[in-house]
Write a protein of this length. Structure first.
Length: 348
């Protein structure tokens, strides 16, 4: 049997699949000696190179979790060295990169992440090809015909070509998600924590075409106008209940999942919310919080694809996020799903 036939045979044995569309970014993480004042010099003590963005992180995490179905990436990159880095990293993880379009007139999106140990990170971002992505660049029916089941889109509010509301009141994201639903794919959506004053309006037009929404508590607050943390940073749980109900009322069809470091709320139409609390993580074990939300989301997609009970999905999702905290980049530290399931059994 030839190599191509062997690959086809392996793919044919895989059940279903998840396509992750949206942001693909090359991250250069610089660990600094200190944060300098303007005009001063700081040493770069260490550098890490990673591939990030909502779609890139989630699809990579799914591969690390050992997802047995097909995985594909869809979006735009530049026809440049960074674009090759993205494709190579994903392809080496067994992810189909045929849906990544290299735009000759754009550079690949990239971020310079400045990290001072013990302090919050600072991000310098250039959108490049991500900013050029529109619904015309992705064909959901192609993935549906290939046997994929779930269509993830992330991050809304960091994809201007999809976020922009057109004169007809629709956005590229709403059209893309509608096309995915019509093709028979289950749509799953994530946001980024943007300060855009039009946040609620832009995400709102996409919600009626979203089967599952997987977002953090601050994004839920911005999408609904509900205050979810008090002035001291404490979680306002009644506010999260209200936010979840508002998201369902706005059109989310099957489930709104709101996660925070402390807790997860799973809202579904006609059912009482399911609440699961995370276990504490020793602050000394936290290398970086970047990517923890994506790890949570990847585990949710894994469980949705496998039709697991909500409680099981939330438990492993909390576990995946906790494991991610120990990694330097957004996708480091993600174990195989068997590890998360074993860990979950030990805690029960």
């Amino acid at each position: 049997m030839q190599a191509g036939e062997e690959a086809h045979s392996r793919d044919s044995q895989k059940h279903g699949g998840i396509v992750c569309a949206g942001n693909f970014i090359v991250d250069r993480v610089h660990t600094l000696s200190y944060w300098p004042e303007q005009g001063n010099l700081a040493y770069i003590l260490h550098q890490d190179l990673g591939v990030g963005g909502g779609a890139a992180n989630v699809v990579t995490d799914l591969a690390s979790l050992g997802f047995s179905g097909k995985l594909a990436a869809a979006g735009c990159i530049g026809a440049d060295q960074d674009g090759e880095i993205v494709k190579t990293r994903l392809a080496n993880a067994g992810i189909d990169v045929g849906g990544l379009l290299a735009l000759a007139d754009q550079v690949t999106a990239h971020t310079h992440v400045m990290n001072v140990p013990g302090q919050n990170r600072t991000f310098f971002y250039h959108g490049g090809a991500n900013d050029a992505l529109t619904d015309a660049h992705i064909s959901p029916p192609t993935f549906a015909k290939a046997g994929y089941r779930l269509f993830y889109l992330g991050y809304l509010m960091l994809l201007p070509g999809l976020d922009r509301i057109d004169p007809d009141g629709r956005s590229g994201a709403s059209r893309l998600l509608e096309a995915a639903q019509r093709a028979g794919l289950t749509t799953c959506v994530d946001f980024v924590s943007s300060e855009d004053p039009e946040f609620a309006a832009k995400v709102g037009v996409a919600l009626p075409f979203c089967d599952f929404l997987i977002i953090n508590e601050m994004e839920a607050g911005r999408a609904t106008g509900v205050i979810v943390r008090d002035a001291k940073g404490n979680l306002i749980e009644p506010g999260l209940f209200e936010a979840g109900e508002r998201l369902l009322a706005a059109g989310v069809t099957k489930g709104a999942v709101i996660h925070a470091p402390e807790i997860c709320f799973w809202f579904a139409p006609g059912a009482s919310p399911i609440v699961t609390r995370s276990r504490p993580v020793d602050p000394n074990d936290i290398v970086s919080t970047v990517g923890a939300g994506d790890a949570f989301c990847a585990a949710v997609l894994y469980g949705l694809h496998e039709n697991w009970p909500v409680e099981r999905i939330c438990a492993v999702a909390h576990g995946a996020a906790a494991q991610c905290l120990a990694g330097a980049t957004a996708t480091d530290g993600i174990p195989n799903m068997t590890v998360l399931l074993e860990d979950m059994q030990e805690l029960t």
